[in-house]
Write a protein that binds this ligand. Structure first.
Ligand code: ATP
Ligand code: MG
Length: 131
């Protein structure tokens, strides 16, 4: 998912292009402004963290691009392409390492396991939106 800062900074095509050029297949995509409730469900595992209210306020503050990508080892490879949570610790060549400097504005979310991906796909998409 390209977060509000990524959309506002005009990084949608840059980010999609990296996944396309690597060889991954776009299965679903939509521009949507999430409700606060959807943002909270999305980051449900972080409810106890101090930054949870700020994080979910931010995610629901303006449109995001929700996407589903398919291909070999996509969850692990996608996280590697995205880089570390803190962009200052993300390697050059990663999305965050090339395009961000602030943890709270790290422009993209990636599912951290196949199980999370399945949960998140069900949260953001209906079955008939997947190609
Ligand atoms: P994401 O789930 O968005 O792909 P991530 O898996 O790298 O990021 P998580 O631990 O799941 O990292 O945290 C979710 C998001 O919460 C981060 O992307 C970041 O925007 C924010 N976040 C994480 N840790 C902090 C922190 N210590 N202070 C502020 N914001 C944080
Ligand atoms: Mg995460």
């Amino acid at each position: 998912m390209i977060k509000p800062d990524g959309v506002q900074r005009g990084l949608v095509s840059e980010i999609i292009g990296r996944f396309e050029r690597r060889g991954y297949r776009l299965v679903a995509m939509k521009l949507v402004q999430p409700s606060k409730q959807l943002a909270e469900q999305h980051y449900d595992d972080l409810r106890e963290r101090s930054f949870f209210p700020v994080l979910t306020d931010f995610l629901s503050s303006s449109p995001v691009v929700a996407m589903v990508w398919s291909g070999e080892d996509i969850v692990v490879q996608g996280r590697a392409m995205i880089g570390a949570t803190n962009p200052l610790k993300s390697a050059p060549g990663t999305i965050r390492g090339d395009l961000a400097i602030v943890t709270g504005k790290n422009i993209i979310h990636g599912s951290d396991s196949v199980e999370s991906a399945e949960k998140e796909i069900a949260l953001w998409f209906n079955d008939d939106e997947l190609c």
